[in-house]
Design a protein around this ligand. Sequence first.
Ligand SMILES: CC(C)(COP(=O)(O)OP(=O)(O)OC[C@H]1O[C@@H](n2cnc3c(N)ncnc32)[C@H](O)[C@@H]1OP(=O)(O)O)[C@@H](O)C(=O)NCCC(=O)NCCS
Length: 228
Amino acid sequence: MRTKSKKKQFKYMTNLKAFSKERVLAKIKELKQLPFGEVFINCKFNGVDYKLIFLTSECGKDANLMNIIGGWRKKNEIWFACKFEVTVERTTKWFKERLIDAPDRLLFIIKVGNEYIGHVGLFRFDFENGTCEIDNIIRGESGYPGIMNDAIRNMMDWGKAILGLKGYSLKTFLDNERAVRLYEKLGFKEISRIPMIQVEGKDGLEWVEAPEGYDGEINKYDLVMKLF
Ligand SMILES: CC(C)(COP(=O)(O)OP(=O)(O)OC[C@H]1O[C@@H](n2cnc3c(N)ncnc32)[C@H](O)[C@@H]1OP(=O)(O)O)[C@@H](O)C(=O)NCCC(=O)NCCS
């Protein structure tokens, strides 16, 4: 039912006949410069209307929003490669340098009524194959079970319609059972496992890929999944 009207639903459509690196990066850059709230995806899940709102450059000036996003990251830090002290300043720096200034990265915040409940994003485009990774999936608040699944689905539809993406992949820790379950429900399947080791990073211990030939004990894996 959705597919027929899907393309018309999205504002700021481009006529992307073929997936092109230049056009995709220009589009993401353009969207990031717009006022926050202007680019969104209207969604409905279990009879509840909600929005995926594209985070733009000006969000970095909203200390309240930075505080919310930082708080969610802190709460869920065990599921990410590195841990760091989370402050509004630090989140704002991350937001500007790692999200806004990253040409192939974008994030949508999930808003139900007046409440933000999490975010979903895209990162690391493979311009040769027309695919990218699902990134920064965080449920910040409880409620509406199944909405994260629906939000990712809607974002992937948007990516196909607006950016011309043809497929998606992702990485998650193998022991992140909830995340793995969520991605399997969406149709992602395992393609490989990357052995991980913990090293001393700039801000403390962080997980990185084990180097070639590493013969120590491995008890953590990054699961690489692809949508089929
Ligand atoms: C990973 C994460 C986003 C999953 O969130 P979630 O709340 O499980 O996801 P959903 O909102 O899709 O809810 C799924 C649950 O709702 C249930 N559900 C109910 N109705 C549903 C529907 N119509 N469609 C899908 N699921 C539905 C599912 O059965 C599932 O329950 P279960 O876990 O008992 O099987 C969340 O655990 C999280 O933020 N974790 C920390 C950060 C993280 O690990 N991110 C991923 C890094 S790769």
